[in-house]
Design a protein around this ligand. Sequence first.
Ligand code: SF4
Length: 746
Amino acid sequence: MPASVPNWSVPDVFEPDGTEELPPELTSSEPSSEPPGVEPAGPPRDLTTGSDAGGAARPGGTAQGAATKRTDVEPADLSTLLSEAVRAVGGTPRDGQTAMAEAVEHAIESGEHLAVQAGTGTGKSLAYLVPAIRHAVAAHTTVVVSTATIALQRQLVDRDLPRLANALADSLGRRPTFAILKGRRNYLCLNRVHGNAPEEPDEGALFDPFAASSLEREVRRVHEWASETETGDRDELVPGVSERAWRQLSVTGNECLGAHRCPVGADCFAEQARNEAGRADIVVTNHALLAIDALDERPVLPEHDMVVIDEAHDLVDRVTNAAGGELSGNAIKQASRKCGRAVDEEVADRLNEAGEGLEFLLGETEPGRLRELPEQLAAALSTVREAATACVSALGPEQREDVETGSARKLALAPTQEIRDTADRLLAAFDQPEQDRRDVIWVSAENNRAPSLRVAPLGVGGLLRERLFEQRTTVLTSATLALGGSFDTLAAQWGLPPRREARPATDTATAQEPPSDGSEPSWVGLDVGSPFDYPRSGILYVARHLPKPGRDGLPEAYLDELTELVTAAGGRTLGLFSSMRAARQASEELRQRLSTPVLCQGEDSTSQLVDSFAGDPATSLFGTLSLWQGVDVPGRSLQLVVMDRIPFPRPDDPLASARQQAISARGGNGFITVAGTHAALLLAQGAGRLLRSASDRGVIAILDPRLSTARYGGFLRASLPPFWSTEDPQVVRGALRRLDEAAANR
Ligand code: SF4
């Protein structure tokens, strides 16, 4: 690490600063354009929406026509393939990329799971795709690649895989094939397009003529598109339509009639795409579908012997979401309306009344975790469960019935069964003493939505270990996996055993060991670093002199500090705040104080805001969670990332606090394992916004002094890249001013 502050008056070269030691000249030979594997541009979208059992895939461009995976040619060795791949994308060999590719190949050969941290610029997607493709072709099998975001999914399917397929075809003996796998809800259902299934009830449209006509227009447009599209993939409908319009013409896996019964099953987009996925070498999917494949008895993914989980830092959250459930009065009433078309009115009405009863009680209940079930709520849940069970019985099993009746029955049955099962799960959770419960239950009233009851597993390690690690070789990768310098924290959450001597499982929330045949999954962790020279390219500034952050918005001293920093940087600032309230407060205040523009999340679509920010170096962008992970702006428009506070989960977050208490009760360090891990992941992701290419320079400014003063500060700092660090505001402002001048003169 250089002893002196980086002095950026001349781009790419350090200059002596006073009497301090002259750091070595920076060599910056890397191109600023990113190789495959660099995180994709644009904000991520949540892939869990619409993902469901009964996944379906669309071909990724080359799977079509792949009648067989067999080839008689022995594929070239990894080193040759990697060189060809790197050459094809116009890159240069990188040590970290080579080390990662070799480790992935070792995992494939040995069956030992691999967790690999690969910093920005490593080209990690190429490092796992090349050995994965080689394995799929050589072993005539399929490798599944799972991502957390649609942005990365698109990068793989639209950019990386087509290039690799072309580059490696000769050396592999044939062109490798690939497909993208999505939940069935993402495809147009031709049975609904043909009018064989009833429309979804839409309350908003019932009472609002404007909403009704806009819904009608959207549905009409989807109908027109249905006669043109070859894939039925929602992502290809541009411009897109609202969720409520799409729901009218799509189904979940549980609502689908089944291709054998469906009159248009032979032409079904979802089925065709699923068949393509079954023939592909590489299938790209998302963590939610991966979780559903693990949870569901019916396989959703094609048969495969290896999984690569990219963006693995998000795995636990995505799997928790997929394994959770929700019950609201509105959902129950909607299910009752669907049942009303297929069963006695009286039976459906009972479900409706049960929904109204639950809705009323939830409105009276304080949001937050339920450690005990209030008597009235228990009675309301029992009523819901009984009414839903009666509807399910009345709907009956599959019968010889016409398509319209069968479709209506399926559309009513799927949500009603889900309501029955969720009510049952909620009630069953409280049958056990609190310390033995595996589910956490809470009343949620987020974002002005009507209150609902939510349930999520206390931990997902057991599930992952039993249904993932014990089934197939798994490679987990991300720019951030080694928290506090160790993979152990995340590994414990994934359900992987400690790598050293055995110890009690106190660091998993449930401390429950899954059933095992006695052989524990074995794994290794590898950090291949980053080609970026962090100590010479970035400064970590902790504003130690500021007061600790409070609960009543941003203190005046924080706003003063922020003003000084943004002024010194000449704009060029990404402000990452722990709440929208703080982001808005900072935006409003700094607009009064600064002459440079400040944009705030929520004022336009996030992608539009990021485009405006990237297009004008003087502009700053302030926002919250999605910006922490989703902004990729290389160059002079982003030279300062400010974080207002350490992003611990809120103390009243029901799931985080339950997990923390469960670990502490068993003698583990609940705070570090849960809150510390959460904060460390977000801090590292936020810091990752700064340096997006080898020539980028800048400052990470953390206004929360606890990063320097608290005991856990060391753990959090050890989770960040090795920036040059300072606590001196004068030093950091000087560096920012020099950087601003250098960028302005370029
Ligand atoms: S099989 Fe029929 S009901 Fe199922 S998704 Fe396809 S078109 Fe729709």
